[in-house]
Design a protein around this ligand. Structure first.
Ligand code: BG6
Length: 299
């Protein structure tokens, strides 16, 4: 549960480790409060590119970057906003809870750098809880201004590690409207019961349900994403040609990642002065034995 320098040489970035025992850990890089590793019984669940940069400047390519206050290109600054390229504070170091889970809290406030792009005061708290087979994310965004209403996007850019993306299925998108960024932002309705990824995919699904299940993640298991106050789900994989265009992404890495991103992006969050917005996400590895026991009980 230590904070250490990371990235080699002068510590351009530093990391915080939540350790639940049993080789179950979560590592957060203070650069962007990016979750860069989630190991469950020593098995890594998140994809981080072998070409990811840890220079404390560029966004980290992989893990779970924190996207705020803008999703996508931005006339005021870098794509996907500044939160993923700003150093966050460790508000509360990792602490073991009575049930053995481990919690840490990170925070980000406006500063000269953020105000140079977006002239608003804000305070974000980001609470992570590592459980045996789950990782919980609780986000609070507070607008301390007495007069100004702020509008923003928020998204957790989760890169799941998968053995072969072509074998993954994503539930919960049937019937949802989506914007297809690979087809000039045209709008469609999803007709498939489960979504599969077999080509360059970049879609913003709107008004998605609170839960998605993704099959064939690490070790052929299923991952549940449970989200609250995140109305959108972005599905992204750059595939062959786009992968080549991304400098910090290996040409051969696209089969081993799938981004399933819970966000509030197709419409902005509108936050009145003196109020707060809260959203959360739970990533849960589904252990088949548990699911069938539960199903049996429910019959
Ligand atoms: C996704 C976007 O969320 O992130 C894609 O929908 C984008 O359009 C991708 O290409 C990666 O973005 P970046 O800025 O990390 O290269």
């Amino acid at each position: 549960m230590a904070t250490t320098g990371g990235g080699g040489g002068a510590a351009a970035t530093s990391v915080v480790v939540l350790d639940r025992g049993n080789n179950t850990t979560c590592t957060i890089n203070l650069h962007g409060a990016t979750v860069v590793s989630w190991r469950v019984n020593n098995q890594e669940q998140l994809f981080v590119s072998k070409l990811a940069s840890f220079d404390g400047k560029k966004a980290i390519r992989g893990g779970i970057p924190f996207v705020f206050p803008q999703f996508g290109p931005w006339s005021f600054g870098a794509q996907h906003g500044f939160a993923r390229i700003t150093r966050w504070n460790l508000e509360r170091p990792p602490e073991r809870l009575h049930n053995g889970d481990v919690e840490a809290i990170f925070s980000l406030m406006d500063n000269e750098f953020t105000r140079s792009m977006w002239n608003y005061q804000f305070r974000i708290t980001y609470r992570l809880i590592l459980r045996e087979k789950e990782l919980h994310f609780h986000i609070g965004v507070y607008n301390p201004s007495k007069e100004l209403t702020m509008t923003f996007n928020l998204l957790l850019h989760t890169y799941l590690k998968v053995p072969d993306v072509r074998r993954c299925q994503i539930t919960g998108l049937h019937g949802c409207t989506f914007m297809d960024k690979t087809r000039n932002d045209a709008m469609y309705q999803e007709g498939r019961e489960v979504v599969t990824v077999n080509e360059w995919t970049d879609r913003i699904y709107q008004h998605t349900p609170q839960e998605h299940i993704i099959t064939n993640v690490v070790s052929g298991r299923k991952m549940r994403i449970h989200k609250y106050n995140f109305p959108d789900t972005v599905i992204w994989n750059p595939w062959i040609d786009k992968a080549r265009e991304i400098g910090d992404f290996g040409d051969d890495e696209f089969p081993n990642m799938l981004c399933v991103e819970a966000g509030h992006v197709s419409s902005p969050v509108i936050l009145l002065p003196g109020t707060a917005f809260e959203a959360s996400q739970i990533l849960q590895i589904i252990i088949e034995g548990n699911v069938s026991r539960k199903t049996k009980r429910n019959r």
